[in-house]
Design a protein around this ligand. Structure first.
Ligand code: ZN
Length: 153
């Protein structure tokens, strides 16, 4: 009983102390990263400190915030520019595509001298148009004496 009170007080004080150290200010949120990551970025920040101050960045967290904003802008620009159709693989009678607009894998097969889109069950959809535009496919079709339908030329 003699020691009970002091310990309680110590606990209370250290809890308050830790709270002040680790809890973000109102309107802020904190994230946790490994010490390695933190040190890496902090070293870069320290090296560039003078240069950053000219840009109005005066704290480490301000530096990270500006870095993240910059990256978001780049990422968004990249997403807009990403091609909406990508070639995955080309065989002699089958082409696999990734349609990024529909977010689907599309199979285009060569059947009876015609390219057919398995997804749309068509011979003249955007996927067929894309496949004809691939130089490798053009060569294969040319060797087989197959020409793109008039609607796609
Ligand atoms: Zn299609």
């Amino acid at each position: 009983m003699l020691f009970y009170l002091p310990i309680k007080i110590v606990n209370f004080i250290s809890y308050g102390y830790l709270r002040n150290c680790y809890m973000p200010k109102p309107g802020f949120k904190s994230i946790t990263v490994s010490e390695n990551v933190y040190n890496k970025f902090f070293r870069i920040y320290e090296k560039r400190k003078n240069h950053l101050e000219l840009k109005g960045i005066t704290s480490f967290s301000g530096y990270l915030t500006s870095m993240m904003e910059e990256m978001m802008i780049k990422h968004e620009a990249f997403a807009k520019q990403a091609p909406f159709m990508e070639k995955i693989s080309i065989d002699s009678d089958r082409v696999l595509l990734k349609d990024n607009k529909k977010n689907r894998i599309v199979e285009v097969i060569l059947k009876n001298g015609e390219l057919i889109c398995v997804l749309d069950e068509k011979t003249d959809c955007v996927h067929i148009g894309f496949v004809y535009s691939l130089p490798q496919v053009y060569m294969i079709l040319n060797n087989k004496g197959i020409k793109a339908p008039k609607t796609l030329r």
